[in-house]
Write a new protein. Structure first.
Length: 355
């Protein structure tokens, strides 16, 4: 997928902005506070219909305005035009259109424009939060596979219903066994399906992440992701049934893929305990580049890569190594924001935009 033109109206700092982009590396340069990150945020919106930070859409409306509008003009890998428009109004909410046709469900758009975003907040959010690690895995798989997205959405609905019944039974002593049985019959195969997809993705990432990490860091230390789940697909029905009494006591579901854990290992130890901040950043970059590579290899469209302030706190050697690694990928389009135009070799840049 290739983004040729972007139009922003009342989006964060930008009253109106129109930009043209090219294939390859688009390098967006400017001082802090001029709206570089806002451009990447808007591209993320065009791919996933939401912002990268899980905050209200209203926070992206320019001050004293009541709406924002994002227009993206794309070409698919087979040169078909795809025009995406996202409008948010403080009163009327959000609308997403593809080629002037309104989506009834935002999830129907997910996967049309595959995107991987690397931003400064990743280190804290991913190194120290299991929930954010699961969300990242879900985000990548949902873009690649609509079956996974449907399974995840159905699982979340059933989980909410199950937890409500558990709470009601605990508080009021009513017997909801029949209703819980009906939910469990449907939630068990969803657990198994989601577990299978996650296991496959993690195995694929572990086959590539070490090489990418070494290529951008020159640090010869093994890194990996360890995926642990409290479900046993071969005996899940019995496990869930046997644990129901405990679930009623605790008023929530304790067995299932919503409790999955992903451990980031640096030299076979927890990254948060042993790695420096610089090493943590390089780990997260390698992880997301592995996901970018996986997404492009398992989808009929090349993913767009967004890198916000990626070179900050990296020395010149690793800056050059990272850019070389990016160019080694079969990239269609990459967006990089930076404050220093002299940081990298301009001969490797296809398009420079100065704000």
């Amino acid at each position: 997928m290739l983004l040729k033109r972007l139009e922003l109206t009342n989006f964060k700092i930008h009253n109106y902005l129109e930009l043209e982009f090219s294939e390859g590396v688009n390098y967006i340069v400017g001082d802090n506070g001029v709206g570089k990150t806002s451009i990447l945020d808007s591209i993320f919106y065009l791919g996933l219909t939401r912002n990268p930070y899980n905050i209200p859409d209203s926070k992206f409306v320019q001050f004293d305005k009541d709406f924002f509008l994002i227009k993206g003009f794309f070409y698919s890998d087979n040169d078909s035009p795809e025009n995406i428009e996202i409008q948010y109004h403080n009163i009327n909410g959000k609308k997403v259109c593809r080629n002037e046709k309104l989506y009834k469900r935002f999830s129907s758009h997910l996967g049309l424009i595959p995107i991987v975003f690397i931003c400064p907040s990743d280190i804290y959010e991913l190194v120290y939060s299991q929930e954010n690690r699961r969300k990242l895995i879900d985000q990548i798989l949902s873009q690649q596979n609509s079956n996974y997205l449907n399974a995840l959405q159905n699982y979340q609905k059933l989980l909410q219903q199950r937890n409500h019944l558990l709470k009601q039974q605990s508080l009021f002593g009513k017997d909801f066994s029949n209703m819980l049985n009906a939910i469990d019959i449907n939630i068990i195969p969803l657990n198994e399906q989601i577990y299978k997809y996650r296991t496959s993705l993690i195995n694929d990432i572990n086959r590539s992440i070490n090489d990418i990490f070494y290529s951008i860091s020159n640090i010869n230390i093994p890194i990996s992701i360890n995926y642990e789940s409290n479900i046993d697909p071969s005996n899940l029905e019995n496990i869930i049934y046997d644990n129901r009494g405990n679930d009623i006591r605790l008023t929530h579901t304790t067995i299932g893929i919503h409790r999955d854990k992903l451990y980031f290992l640096f030299n076979n130890d927890d990254i948060s305990q042993i790695a420096s901040q610089g090493q943590q950043k390089l780990f997260i970059i390698a992880l997301k580049l592995s996901m970018y590579q996986w997404l492009s290899n398992h989808y009929n469209e090349h993913a767009i890569l967004l890198l916000d302030d990626i070179f900050d706190k990296l020395d010149q050697y690793r800056t050059h190594k990272l850019l070389d690694q990016l160019l080694n990928f079969n990239l269609t389009q990459i967006f990089i924001t930076d404050t220093d135009m002299e940081r990298i070799n301009k001969d490797k840049i296809n398009n420079i935009l100065v704000l």
